[in-house]
Design a protein around this ligand. Structure first.
Ligand code: NAD
Length: 324
């Protein structure tokens, strides 16, 4: 327990230096197991949209993500994260925010942590964990959208050696795909190709992970005959047919996923999908209570993003700095 009553500010640069992808992977794994065991408290996250949904691109969206993660993590705090997609046109990152950690005994806040990198790296770890259990290995992987989130996904997957035969990249902004390819080439010997169209990136691909902004239902179900693993981190990329045709649907948390007018929410609200049809929450699979992939079935994994993951990773960053 931190007894120092001084508030510690941990900058983006310190997080980037301290938070290895292995650390993020371990912390997110611990958080998912705590979530499965209900050894946590994680209320539904509120969204603030100053201009409503229709002007989210320009005026942004703010999410408050509080959680307590039980022993052995034993941390309580909140992530307060802003997303302004129009920032990318201003040469600024889309996402920015902070995590506040509170002392679990006194309640006193003891750290404020800049969290764009933390949040991206934890999302990369979620993708690597989901892929390890649910992806079809030894096959191709397509990343749709090459911003900071899929950049972290690419590094998390390549560093975890999850045997990908070919990495395909597509972004509406081809320069972003090129930049990611260059960066990856310096760090991995996986075959990487830039696709010039969405269709060529998706058709024939086995594993597909999306991290885009704004677009909905733009991946034609007819292109997905070879797809065996879909992980839409941006949540709305696939069509309802694709989700409903999956052999297994996995979520990080049903109640968190069933909100905010996302594709999953729409399908549940229309009565096309019920809680009982969900194969598992990711934590159950990570804890070994439910099996992951069996054969070449099609698995759709809806990860809304959970505060327990952020708080566990933030605590690991803080501990690593304090231990020095
Ligand atoms: N599920 C989670 O846990 C989680 C966590 C963090 C972020 N996200 C989501 O990940 C997404 C990406 O975040 P980011 O910070 O990388 O955003 P970003 O805006 O920096 O990058 C997104 C990229 O997607 C590209 N793009 C947009 N529409 C596209 C399309 N139709 N096809 C191909 N490329 C397209 C853009 O050109 C851009 O390069 C956001 O939607 C964010 O909300 C999810």
């Amino acid at each position: 327990m931190p007894m120092n009553l001084n508030m510690r500010f941990i900058s983006e640069a310190e997080v980037a230096e301290r938070l290895t992808r292995a650390m993020a992977f371990d912390s997110v794994t611990a958080a998912l197991i705590a979530h499965y065991r209900k050894n946590c408290d994680q209320p539904l996250k509120p969204y603030v949209r100053p201009g409503g949904r229709d002007s989210e691109r320009e005026r942004g969206r703010y999410i408050a993500m509080p959680a307590y993660v039980g022993e052995p993590v034993d941390a309580v705090g909140i992530k307060w994260i802003a997303s302004v997609p129009a920032n990318v046109d201003r040469m600024l990152p889309r996402a920015s925010g902070v995590v506040i950690l509170n002392d679990v005994t006194t309640g006193r806040p003891y750290a404020i942590i800049d969290c764009a990198t933390l949040s991206a790296r934890r999302t990369g770890a979620v993708a690597a964990i989901a892929f390890a259990h649910l992806g079809l290995r030894g096959q191709s992987l397509s990343l749709i959208g090459c911003g900071p989130i899929n950049r972290e996904v690419a590094f998390a997957l390549t560093e975890t050696n999850l045997s990908i035969s070919q990495l395909r990249l597509f972004d509406l902004n081809q320069e972003r795909a090129e930049n990611l390819r260059c960066e990856l080439l310096c760090n991995t010997d996986i075959s990487i190709c830039i696709c010039t169209s969405l269709k060529s990136c998706v058709c024939g691909s086995t594993n597909i992970i999306t991290a885009t902004t704004g677009a909905k239902g733009y991946i034609d179900p007819n292109w997905l005959s070879d797809c065996r693993f879909a992980l839409p981190l941006s949540l709305d990329d696939f069509c309802s047919e694709t989700l409903l045709a999956a052999d297994k649907i996995v979520v990080d948390d049903f109640d968190q996923s069933n909100r905010e007018e996302k594709l999953f929410h729409h399908i549940v609200r229309q009565g096309l999908l019920h809680r009982e049809q969900i194969y598992a929450e990711l934590g159950e699979i990570v804890a070994g209570v439910k099996a992951g992939r069996a054969g070449d079935e099609m698995i759709y994994c809806n990860c809304m993003g959970m505060a327990v993951e952020d708080i566990a990773v933030a605590k690991a960053v803080f501990d690593s700095i304090e231990q020095d």
